[in-house]
Design a protein around this ligand. Structure first.
Ligand SMILES: Nc1ncnc2c1ncn2[C@@H]1O[C@H](COP(=O)(O)OP(=O)(O)O)[C@@H](O)[C@H]1O
Ligand SMILES: [Mg+2]
Length: 345
């Protein structure tokens, strides 16, 4: 099959740890055609949605390490129609460009897209997670999202806990996630002004969330494929940061899912699948859901490293992609056969 990865530029890939690169390598290893483009490369040519792609040359022998695969891969530039691919694997970083989704709308009936466009529309920022639970479900820590500074200040004052988390709606990699303490209330007004106003007359939503005790021992990243966990790891914050993200200095440890984490996956998996969110990374602390990452969830390479003997995560992901593409092709075939029967009647 032929797969187009819509993602960040090839030059920005970290060849030792990149999840997209591990997925691409697995596709090439299986003999699939792989092309890459960034969201800005989409172009309508003669009323057909195309992309300026980098096509990866087929390899007789695929190097075993990601690093050598990255350095040996030969890229060829070509403009290609998106509807000619069997699958599109969307792996660009937030924020999600709504115009890009409109380009993809034109091919969504022809090509299997991970994650679905509707799913990405709904879940591309932290509002999806913030509205996941309600006051009774206990899935997420108590959360407020607002642009109203007075409301947020009041929530901080009324909170029983001394610590809370403040974060932007659209961040990733730990950027802008800060720990606030009631004992340092004099900074809060200024911080909220900074988070809410962009300085260009526009305003941003801010997330205010209960701090989950135990977060200093790390968070759990779980990768869910078609609603089921396929890999997990613990990320432990560095000594001078409260955030566990690897890009914020966190380190990786082996983790076996607890009963509570397995139950959480069971609870949220069906909704993720229903929303077309087939490949998702969730962040969990103390059994509570902190974030659902749907755009470019990572962690595959770290998980493979800590679970050396198990089947690699990328193999499971590409198995799933192949089965979805097969389903789609069989549906096309069936329709063609039925049309022929009617035409010939
Ligand atoms: N409510 C919370 N309680 C404790 N720590 C948190 C909380 N929310 C976020 N963090 C810490 O900050 C990190 C980044 O937050 P997250 O919501 O996952 O945003 P990002 O998209 O930047 O990864 C988490 O992995 C965790 O270490
Ligand atoms: Mg996160």
């Amino acid at each position: 099959m032929n797969i187009c990865f819509i993602m960040y530029p090839w030059e920005t890939i970290n060849p030792e740890h990149d999840t997209s690169l591990a997925l691409i390598k697995e596709c090439v290893k299986r003999g699939h055609g792989v092309a890459m483009c960034s969201p800005a490369n989409l172009t309508i040519r003669d009323s057909v949605t195309n992309a300026f792609c980098n096509v990866i040359g087929r390899m007789e022998k695929v190097p075993s390490t990601l690093k050598s695969f990255y350095s040996k891969a030969k890229l060829r530039e070509e403009m290609l129609p998106l509807a000619g691919f069997d699958a599109i694997f969307f792996r660009a970083n937030p924020p999600l460009d709504p115009i890009m989704l409109n380009f993809l709308d034109s091919v969504k009936d022809d090509v299997f897209i991970v994650n679905s466009l509707q799913g990405m529309r709904e879940a591309n920022n932290k509002l999806y997670t913030a509205a996941f639970g309600d006051a009774h479900s206990n899935i997420i820590p108590n959360t407020h999202v607002s642009k109203n500074k007075e409301y947020l200040v009041q929530q901080i004052k009324d909170s029983k806990a001394d610590k809370m988390i403040l974060k932007p709606l659209n961040g990733f990699g730990g950027s802008g996630v800060i720990l606030i303490e009631k004992s340092a209330m004099s900074n809060i007004n200024s911080l909220l002004d900074f988070y809410i106003s962009t300085g260009e007359g526009e305003t941003n939503y801010v997330i205010l969330q209960d701090y989950i005790d135990g977060a200093d021992k790390g968070d759990i990243r779980i990768l869910l494929l078609n609603g089921e966990p396929v890999g997990a790891m613990r990320r432990v914050p560095g000594s001078d940061d409260h955030r566990s993200n690897v890009s914020a200095g966190g380190s990786i440890q082996k983790h076996t899912l607890t009963k509570a984490e397995k139950a959480l996956c069971k609870q949220i998996g069906p909704k993720l699948v229903k929303d077309g969110l087939y490949f998702v990374g969730i962040d969990v602390i103390g059994g509570k859901l902190v974030e659902v990452n749907v755009m470019s969830p990572g962690g595959i390479t770290y998980m493979n490293k800590v679970y050396k003997n198990k089947r690699k995560v990328e193999e499971k992901v590409i198995d799933f992609l192949e089965s979805k593409v097969l389903d789609k092709l069989q549906a096309f075939d069936r329709r063609a056969r039925l049309r022929k029967t009617v035409e010939e009647a």
